[in-house]
Design a protein around this ligand. Structure first.
Ligand code: FES
Length: 399
């Protein structure tokens, strides 16, 4: 499995499902409202994590209430946010997504005042340790520097770029990537009404890159490095439940297929089927299982120095998930000393040599192996173990 770094924005999507799109100045009731992880790169990482890859995210975040929710949702999906840039000022970006069932329309309103990722932060990252870098084409001035730097230092790792809409500097950014994802809207914006002619034109500008372009209900197209165009037709008569994130799922499908050594044509087919699987279900989680187990992350995303704190809806207390040798341990996030969460003051630190974790409140130390307190005010008391199971892909579930 690959170690993948996704660079882009993290957003909370507030998805409001309604029967009809409301009239202006009216009052109505919606069918449901959910809050979920959003942002193109994060959606792709959510899918890649379920495919068993180690997924790291780099973007900007702040620590308002929504920002904390965002980090919890990421940890729950097995996405590591350690490489991200913390910003003190600003608010967590939110997308309000209104889905009207009667007209099958999707209306999106963005709120954003958080500064974008800086070039300096990216430059300090050990991006050479990744097998794949996936960028979103935004923040283009800084992105130019990031792509140039990545190209200088990476020897064989692919760099993919998702181009959704027209932005400044795109003509210079596109030739820097080895895998490109274009939206139909971008092709049409450039005046193309056929994907094939669009891809051939782009191939002339960037002949060393594989390119992919979804074409709505028709299917998707790709062009290989040697200039061959492929088309994969959409499966007819599918029951469409939710299209939000379908394009990002397609991109994840391509990355996964290419990592596994598939050809451009095979990647196109596999990614199209994966996107179809997504549109037949609500949301992006549990894409590969019909069971309803609660997922606590993936082994690949656990950190040797820090516990992941997850709040399953079904449990009163949150759960600390910890790396332990080549497996994981989980405990109720409640210190037996004062009956408070271990991360009340700051994150749950692990000493990887002593294999102990520390309560952030009064520095009690517990064995990672069995939760026993070995030093501190609750000596010889134990954290309560949470039973977990781990599947073949490293996904960790509540038992
Ligand atoms: S609350 Fe954990 S050591 Fe006191």
């Amino acid at each position: 499995m690959a170690k993948i770094l996704g660079i882009g924005n993290a957003v909370i999507d507030q998805v409001v499902l309604m029967e009809h799109y409301p009239q202006e100045n009216s009052e109505s009731r919606c069918i449901s409202m959910t809050e979920q992880l959003g942002g193109n790169v994060l959606n792709s990482l959510t899918v890649l994590a379920q495919l068993g890859h180690q997924t790291d995210w780099m973007g900007t975040y702040t620590k308002d209430l929504m920002g904390q929710q965002l980090l919890t949702l990421m940890a729950q999906q097995g996405i590591n946010a350690e490489p991200a840039q913390y910003i003190r000022q600003g608010k967590t970006p939110v997308s309000s997504v209104w889905i009207a069932q009667a007209s099958a329309s999707r209306t999106i309103n963005h709120f954003r005042d958080l500064p974008e990722l800086s070039f300096e932060h990216f430059a300090r990252t050990e991006f050479e340790s990744y097998d794949w870098l996936h960028f979103e084409a935004r923040n283009t001035e800084a992105l130019m520097g990031m792509l140039n730097l990545a190209k200088c230092f990476l020897t064989h790792q692919p760099i993919s770029l998702e181009v959704e809409k027209d932005r400044p500097l795109l003509a210079e950014l596109i030739p820097q990537a080895s895998v490109l994802f274009f939206s139909k809207a971008y092709a049409q914006h450039l005046g193309f009404d056929q994907a094939e002619t669009f891809l051939k034109q782009m191939h002339q500008q960037s002949p060393h890159a594989q390119m992919f372009c979804g074409w709505g209900s028709q299917g998707a197209y790709a062009i290989s490095v040697d200039g061959k165009v492929f088309f994969e037709a959409a499966t007819p008569h599918l029951t469409i439940v939710d299209t939000l994130g379908a394009g990002d799922t397609f991109n994840a499908g391509v990355i996964d297929a290419l990592v596994r050594g598939h050809s451009t044509q095979e990647a196109l087919t596999l990614a199209t089927r994966l996107a179809e699987k997504k549109i037949q279900q609500k949301g992006l989680t549990k894409l590969f299982s019909n069971d309803h187990r609660v997922r606590l992350g993936n082994l690949n995303s656990l950190n040797a120095y820090k516990g992941n704190v997850i709040q399953p809806e079904s449990l009163k207390h949150s759960v600390i998930v910890l790396k332990y040798k080549d497996t994981a341990k989980a405990y109720v996030n409640n210190c037996p000393h004062a009956n408070v969460p271990l991360d009340s003051m700051y994150k749950v630190e692990i000493d990887p040599r002593a294999l102990t974790l520390k309560c952030s409140v009064h520095d009690a130390y517990f064995n990672v192996s069995d939760g026993l307190c070995v030093a501190g005010p609750c000596h010889n008391q134990s954290l309560k173990a949470v039973p977990i199971t781990i599947d073949d892909q490293g996904n960790i579930f509540l038992t």
